[in-house]
Design a protein around this ligand. Structure first.
Ligand SMILES: Nc1ncnc2c1ncn2[C@@H]1O[C@H](COP(=O)(O)OP(=O)(O)OP(=O)(O)O)[C@@H](O)[C@H]1O
Ligand SMILES: [Cu+]
Length: 843
């Protein structure tokens, strides 16, 4: 590796002259470095660079930076994923139970059940289990799996459609059930309560046998309309757990059984009361001396059914965004077949079809304009309100709307590969994922029910002890039932998933694709935004502005450089090649092309040894450089590319990458959000500083090697910062993956960027602001929801237990308890739906 006069930098693999100033000794061997950056990295962990010969680094072109290491590769390497639409869940408790069972099932890597989407997302080892086996597990638990059948199952739209139909049918059935329950409950309520409200009626309704009538009306309400509570509670009991069904079943059954005994054998209850005091109770000539509470049981069931109905209605609206996205899919495409044009269903379009798109029509699939041109409204996918001009060779996206012109396009992506389908898949995944905050809610919910049952029993015992004998059973039963019902944690399970569904859906409609609940939650804690320079702050399409030459003439210099750069994929290289083409310069034969990431290139052109790149690249080759010209260009915000021919400094080519119009405004708004903004670039310090000044970022980290960007993020994280990295997702994937939140600025055509947590369909910094604002709004919404869900329980339980009774004589009726609990779910879902009104940032 080492010759007499040159060394190889062990970090980047670059050739370094013996005169290079930076060196270090490790285990008796001395190494030379191209830059302080490499030296620093080497000193941090020498083994890392010595164990794996980094000579390979020199063959890499700068754009092919290594992909991020998968952190948990071994466990999930061969895992497959399936989605099961579940039927029969009626509360978040069910979701939790199914999830637990699935996770304990052999062959399952991870399973998550989302109550809002009613889906289970399961990662499993195909050698250990299969989707059919998993379906059976669910069925064995007493739930069902929707079989959409055939094609629909593999197609997101079809599956969603099937799910919607089932939900609709379910909804209608539940509504009928509720209405019948209501019809039976109303007379019970009137019989039981009219006497309290209008004393004159008391005698009318106190006819003998009244409690038998109430019994007859209540029984079907409880055991037919409210059957699901009992079957649910039973299923839970079989798994030795208790959920909200348990609470409802226990509450209503207590009220019912107490009343039943009072109806059939009141003397039992009387005897209990009389036995203690030795005297019969006050001789009220009532139909049932101890009182019956049939209405309590009936009203609880009816109100909870109503609550679930309202909740289902509101919950179906939370998936509105995804339905809207799917609805964008055009049905037909006008395809040229032979010399005829015919309308064919979208599913029959094949790659390479030529498609005609007329004004006012939707672009059917993704493709490329091959004839004509137009302006296209892409707002439905990118959030960009202004129509985008499309000309020959431009990419068009399926489901966008053609406004003015007519054009022909070549189908380049169809079916599942289209941008629209990718977006739909991403949103589905995001909506099925859990935010860390939900784990807390789930944990609380799992302890909640047993705690509540204990509290209810304690309440019963205390009231039974402290109340005079003639009313003690009544008091004890009433408070027992109230505590059970008001403490039901159903709203708790809805608080996070509904907000995440609405939040991610709203994002997708504005071109912000959030990978999941975790990304959403982290995004609201960010302290620092790191922006990549090229393509993020600047347009990413640089062009040559100046050519300074010292040895050969201008055209020769440009020709030599462009020939050398022909093999480069770097935007700077491309700019030089383009500029030579524009001047009509021919390309010369090249040998020994070598790209040195972060520094430049070396090559032999026409027998001459050419170096094109940074000042350091030249000095490290022992070439004397007069940098004054380069510095002046850099101070003007241009990137000076230095050129050496046969070991002599021969010229400087200045390349300018214009700053995007919105960049400065966006940086300002990021500051307004209280965020620190840092620019990260491989470009030289002077150029970087100049650009930084123009856009107003707080700090610049310049001259970072392509694979050093992840390290820079790590350093910031080590300072306790929560960092978002914003880049194009192609050559900064490791940094995106390293960041707490990786935000990829899409180009409109590539949305499934692996390393990114958030993908902005439209490459625009305003999307960064919107994503952060959206995440903050969503998390705030979740917190409100949790507050709503908890406040009912926390305030409700002591009141239901009768804590106010000694002071005010006030006791929370179980009926009010059931009303509050029904409304808590509704208020949570309604609050989540407010996120639909979130407005995105427009530059
Ligand atoms: N093919 C090339 N031709 C000429 N110069 C190059 C080439 N590749 C790299 N360089 C030099 O190396 C520097 C660093 O390159 P690198 O790719 O790390 O970052 P960049 O493209 O300038 O900026 P950013 O990090 O913001 O994307 C460039 O500014 C340029 O001076
Ligand atoms: Cu509940």
């Amino acid at each position: 590796m080492t010759e007499n006069t040159t060394f190889r930098d062990p970090v980047c693999g670059m050739e370094v002259g013996a005169a290079a100033p930076l060196s270090a000794t490790h285990q008796g061997t001395s190494y030379k470095f191209c830059s302080a950056n490499c030296l620093e990295k080497f000193l941090a962990s020498p083994e890392r660079y010595l164990s794996q010969p980094t000579a390979s680094g020199t063959e890499e072109s700068p754009v092919s930076a290594e992909s991020p290491a998968a952190p948990d590769a071994p466990a999930t390497e061969q895992a497959e994923q399936c989605e099961l639409p579940l039927l029969g869940m009626n509360c978040a408790g069910c979701a939790g139970r199914i999830e637990k069972t699935l996770n304990a099932t052999q062959g399952v890597v991870t399973a998550a059940v989302n109550f809002a989407t009613t889906r289970a997302t399961i990662k499993y080892d195909p050698n250990g289990t299969s989707p059919d086996a998993l379906k059976q597990v669910v069925r064995d638990m007493g739930y069902d799996v929707l079989e959409a059948g055939g094609a629909a199952e593999s197609d997101e739209a079809g599956m969603l459609e099937a799910q919607t139909q089932v939900h609709e049918a379910q909804y209608r059935k539940n509504r009928t059930k509720f209405l019948l329950a209501l019809a039976l409950t109303l007379p019970v309520a009137v019989l039981a309560m009219a006497g309290h409200v209008v004393p004159a009626l008391a005698d009318v309704f106190n006819f003998p046998g009244r409690s038998w009538v109430e019994l007859a009306l209540t029984t079907p309400v409880l055991f037919w309309a409210g059957r699901e509570f009992f079957t649910g509670a039973w299923a839970a009991a079989k798994h030795r757990v208790a959920d909200m069904n348990t609470l409802v079943a226990l509450g209503t059954l207590s009220a019912y059984l107490f009343s039943l005994v009072a109806t059939i054998a009141p003397e039992w209850l009387m005897a209990g009361a009389a036995g203690e005091t030795g005297a019969a109770g006050h001789g009220h000539a009532m139909a049932s001396p101890v009182g019956v509470y049939y209405e309590v049981a009936a009203i609880i069931v009816t109100l909870i059914l109503m609550g679930r109905l309202l909740e289902a209605r509101a919950r179906s609206k939370t998936s509105g965004a995804i339905h809207a996205l799917i609805g964008l899919q055009p049905k037909l495409a006008r395809v040229v077949r032979g010399d005829r044009e015919e309308d064919i269903p979208i599913a029959e379009v094949v790659l390479g079809d030529v498609i005609v798109v007329r004004p006012g029509e939707k672009v059917p699939v993704d493709g490329e304009v091959i004839e004509g041109g137009s302006s296209i409204d892409e707002s439905m996918l990118t959030g960009e309100p202004l129509p985008v001009l499309k000309k020959l060779g431009d990419t068009v996206i399926g489901a966008t709307l053609n406004k003015t012109g007519s054009f022909r396009m070549l189908a380049t992506r169809i079916g599942k590969d289209t941008v629209l389908q990718q977006i739909v898949r991403l949103v589905q995944q995001a909506q099925g994922s859990k935010a860390p905050i939900q784990r807390l809610a789930d944990l609380i919910a799992s302890y909640f029910v047993p705690v509540v049952i204990s509290l209810a029993i304690a309440t019963f015992v205390i009231w039974f002890d402290v109340t005079p004998p003639e009313t003690r059973l009544n008091m004890a039963v009433l408070t027992f039932v109230s505590v059970l019902i008001i403490a039901c944690p159903c709203a708790l399970g809805l608080a996070t998933p509904t907000a995440i569904m609405v939040g991610t859906g709203r994002g997708a409609q504005s071109g912000i694709l959030i990978k999941g609940g975790e990304a959403l939650e982290t995004a609201h804690k960010l302290t620092t935004i790191v922006l990549d320079k090229t393509g993020t702050i600047t347009r990413g399409v640089p062009s040559v502005t100046d050519v300074e030459t010292f040895v050969v003439d201008r055209r020769t210099l440009l020709q030599l450089c462009a020939s050398a750069e022909a093999g480069s994929e770097h935007p700077l290289g491309e700019a030089i090649v383009r500029s030579a083409e524009e001047e009509g310069l021919e390309r010369l034969p090249v040998t020994g092309f070598n790209a040195i990431p972060g520094h430049g290139i070396e090559a032999e052109v026409d027998g001459k040894k050419i170096l094109v790149g940074t000042e350091l690249l030249l000095t490290n080759h022992g070439i004397a450089v007069d940098p004054s010209k380069a510095h002046r260009l850099a101070d003007a915000g241009k990137t000076p590319v230095l050129v050496a021919i046969d070991g002599r400094f021969a010229g400087v080519i200045a390349v300018a990458d214009p700053i995007k119009e919105g960049s400065a405004g966006a940086v300002k708004r990021l500051h307004d959000l209280g965020l620190e903004v840092i620019m990260l670039t491989g470009d030289n310090r002077r150029t970087a500083d100049s650009i930084a000044r123009q856009v107003g970022v707080d700090r610049v980290v310049a001259e970072v090697l392509p694979d050093g960007k992840g390290e820079e993020i790590k350093k910031l994280q080590a300072q306790g910062k929560v960092v978002a990295m914003v880049g194009d997702g192609i050559n900064d994937a490791p940094a995106l993956a390293q960041a707490d939140v990786g935000i990829a600025m899409g180009s409109g055509t590539d949305v499934a960027i692996e390393a990114a947590d958030i993908t902005l369909v439209r490459g625009d910094l305003n999307g960064v602001i919107s994503s952060i604002a959206l995440s903050r709004a969503t998390i705030a919404n979740i917190k409100q929801n949790l507050f709503f869900a908890f406040i009912y329980n926390i305030l409700g339980i002591p009141i239901a237990a009768g804590i106010l009774y000694p002071f005010t004589g006030w006791l929370l009726s179980p009926i009010i308890a059931s009303l509050t609990m029904a409304l808590s779910s509704v208020s949570v879902v309604t609050n989540a739906l407010r996120l639909r009104g979130f407005t995105v940032e427009r530059g």
